[in-house]
Design a protein around this ligand. Structure first.
Ligand code: NAP
Length: 242
């Protein structure tokens, strides 16, 4: 897909990986809807940065723990730009929980933000794709969704389901919409983790380092550039997923 002039939504686009993907899309000429929940300041900063570089962007707030608000992001985008061509589902929560400590509240919050909202965003996105228009969706999953461990139970199950949803929706939405997923490994450590954590993480990764947001951006751009890839999952883990 030629990105120049297309309209793209990036959920969680104000910070970290979402921010990197939003800026990269704008650099390729896409008009951006930078979704945020609590990061209003950083979202406005991303918009200013895009505008300063000659691009077009708008920040849209929505709390995705209330899945019924998810379609409002697509509505805001179509109200502003008339259509949406690209949806990147990046917003997620990542909270601990073992088989024993996982509460119903922890379970529900993960499923609402990480799975239910992406589904209803995809539904709203697909419904507004017009005749002759192409759509492209990228879901940001996690390799743990394919090789679950014993911690972060609810998180891991949402990512497993997001990968299954990517495959199912690829069949359902073809030929007008392609939908793929990326499974990042250790790219940006959780806030507050210091150099020791990074060293320990790098040591267990075959390529002996953690990744960078630029590597997720490259995978996203590959998927968006491709007209013949759908329902795929790209691992960007430095071999950790092996
Ligand atoms: N970082 C990694 O190394 C890594 C590894 C594997 C997978 N991933 C996946 O990559 C994606 C991005 O990860 P990240 O580390 O950059 O994210 P992050 O720092 O955990 O940021 C989470 C994002 O989700 C948004 N969010 C959280 N709760 C929300 C809610 N209730 N409603 C709406 N938005 C909400 C936040 O928006 P606000 O800040 O505006 O509230 C923020 O933009 C996630 O899907 C994550 O699972 C990341």
């Amino acid at each position: 897909m030629e990105l120049n002039g297309k309209v793209a939504i990036v959920t969680g686009g104000a910070v970290r990986l979402g921010r990197a993907m939003a800026l990269a899309l704008a650099e390729r000429g896409a008009q951006l809807v930078v979704h945020y929940n609590a990061s209003a300041g950083p979202a406005e900063e991303v918009v200013r940065q895009i505008e300063a570089e000659g691009g077009t962007a708008v920040a849209v707030q929505a709390d995705l723990s209330q899945a019924r608000t998810a379609p409002s992001i697509v509505e805001a985008a179509t109200a502003r730009f008339g259509r949406v061509d690209i949806l990147v589902n990046s917003a997620a929560i990542f909270e601990p929980g073992s088989w024993d400590s996982t509460t119903e509240e922890n379970w529900d919050r993960h499923f609402d933000v990480n799975l239910k909202s992406p589904f209803f965003l995809i539904q709203a996105f697909a419904r507004q794709i017009g005749d002759g228009q192409r759509g492209h969706i990228v879901n940001i999953a996690d390799w743990r969704g394919v090789r679950p461990g014993v911690d972060h139970v609810a998180y891991t199950l949402t990512k497993a389901a997001l990968i299954a949803m990517t495959r199912s929706m690829a069949l359902a939405l073809a030929p007008d919409i392609q939908i793929n997923a990326i499974a990042p490994g250790m790219i940006l450590p959780p806030p507050g983790k210091g150099p020791e954590f990074l060293q320990r993480s790098a040591a267990r990764i075959p390529l002996q380092r953690i990744g960078s947001p630029g590597e997720i951006v490259k995978a996203m751009l590959f998927l968006l550039d491709s007209d013949f890839v759908t329902g795929e999952l790209i691992y960007v883990t430095g071999g950790e997923s092996l």
